[in-house]
Design a protein around this ligand. Structure first.
Ligand code: ADP
Length: 439
């Protein structure tokens, strides 16, 4: 799937080639460190929402900007990141054309547009708006990665990402580099041509196992400002029918709004200028499930318990932890979206901050696992604040090293998705099998 010159490290590569055995070792180490920095940066952000569209010109940037504003108006700490390298429109929408980026040791400083709304656009870095068009694939990938890694957002409730349009390499890079996004909002217009493209966007999300938060049908009908009558200039409802047939949520229709074009051209966000309009209300309504991400605690899914050969309840271990702080960070080794039985050679670690008193997951993130090196994981996971590891199997020496680093190890967990394992763990439903020892 990774069509770039920079594939992610695989467990095989990590395990099989030490320094000196491969000319790529230095490059891999650098890639690993960059991914670490990126993961670290993004771990400060609770919910990352990608705004996608099947093609350009359907209002993706307009929707991204207004989603960010709606979230900020709800009192959330919000970042808006414009990474549409072919047509960064966010500077224009916010009257920030010509703004240049400043940097500190901590990274690139986003524009503080309001107390709780920060903005960064790749347009701030391009001398001319057509600069990006001439870049070749790997350069674009590097630019996107560098940019994601370097922006100093600080702590945020939401990062709304205005992604490049389509389903090609550029949105793919963004979706792959941002680990664990809350999901994607897909913008379409009602015409059939646009709907064909938006189906591809939904398939794209599915291929990446990224949740689709919903579809917004933009430029859907026109409400006459004089008589209030509605005319469906480009048809209407196609997005809704498509969303239903593809079984993804429909977030609403945003009408064609002449004032929106004027606001955009003037560089004043529409929602600030016309908060009472039908368009503003439609935009506000569309964010309901996104706001919900931050307000409804993650609830465990009610699913049947996987049966293992020999069953051992971990209730005892949980009781032990109830005397500690109720919030704790748990790590699960993962390969291919599921628990990796080969602890030392997993692709990444799924980290979950859980509150044991309320049995909720507060936050999750993924960390690319470091190149395989004996004895490295206990201090490395310790530095990341991990207190409990839930693994399939682990050798006794490794267990000792984790104990010395103050990390409790639970072995024999099933080959399931990390989210399910955590939910079962929180609800004392996790059924453990044998420790499939990883030598
Ligand atoms: P994209 O990011 O998909 O390329 P933009 O958000 O830049 O699209 O919007 C393209 C153009 O359409 C802009 O001029 C914008 O002001 C206009 N536009 C977007 N949504 C609406 C709408 N609901 N009504 C009227 N014009 C709109």
């Amino acid at each position: 799937m990774d069509s770039h010159n920079e594939p992610h490290n695989t467990s095989h590569e990590q395990a099989g080639h030490g320094p000196g055995q491969s000319g790529n070792a230095g490059q891999k180490q650098r890639q690993f460190e960059e991914q670490q920095q990126l993961d670290e940066r993004l771990s400060q952000i609770k919910h990352k929402v990608l705004v996608l569209s099947g093609k350009g010109g359907v209002g993706k940037s307009t929707v991204a900007a207004n989603l960010a504003i709606s979230l900020a108006l709800h009192g959330k700490q919000v970042g808006l990141l414009d990474i549409d390298i072919h047509g960064p429109s966010i500077p224009r929408l916010f009257g920030l054309v010509g703004h240049t980026v400043t940097g500190t040791e901590a990274g690139l400083v986003p524009v503080l547009y309001r107390d709780n709304l920060k903005i960064m656009s790749i347009g701030f870095l391009l001398a001319r708006t057509d600069d990006a068009v001439i870049w070749r694939g790997p350069l674009k990938y590097n630019m996107i990665k560098q940019f994601l890694k370097d922006v100093d957002w600080g702590r945020l409730d939401y990062l709304v990402v205005d992604s490049p349009p389509g389903t090609g390499d550029e949105p793919l890079s963004v979706a792959q580099l941002i680990k664990n996004p809350a999901g994607a909002v897909v913008v379409t217009t009602p015409q059939e041509l646009s709907l064909i493209d938006v189906r591809k966007s939904i398939e794209f999300c599915r291929a990446l196992k990224m949740p689709v938060l919903g579809v917004i049908e933009n430029m859907s009908g026109f409400v006459c400002p004089h008589c209030g009558n509605r005319s469906d200039i480009f048809k209407s409802g196609g997005g809704q029918t498509m969303a239903e047939s593809m079984k993804v949520p429909f977030l609403g229709k945003v009408p064609i709004e002449p004032q929106l074009v004027i606001s955009s051209d003037d560089g004043v966000p529409f929602l600030f200028q016309h908060p009472e309009s039908e368009t503003a209300r439609a935009m506000q309504a569309a964010i309901a499930p996104i706001i919900g991400l931050d307000e409804v605690p993650s609830t465990p899914e009610h699913s049947s318990i996987p049966q293992q050969k020999s069953e051992t309840s971990i209730r005892g271990e949980q009781n032990m932890m109830q005397h500690g702080p109720s919030e704790i960070r748990v790590a699960i080794p993962v390969s291919g979206q599921k628990l990796s039985a080969h602890f030392g050679h997993c692709d990444e670690f799924f980290l979950a901050d859980i509150d044991q008193s309320t049995r909720t997951i507060k936050q999750t993130q993924s960390l690319t696992s470091p190149p395989h090196q004996p004895g490295l994981l206990p201090p490395w996971l310790g530095e990341h604040g991990v207190k409990v590891i839930i693994a399939g199997g682990m050798g006794s020496r490794a267990k000792e090293l984790f104990a010395e680093a103050g990390i409790q190890v639970i072995t024999g967990a099933p080959d399931e998705s990390p989210e399910r394992i955590i939910n079962d763990y929180l609800n004392e439903k996790l059924v453990l099998g044998e420790n499939v020892c990883d030598h």
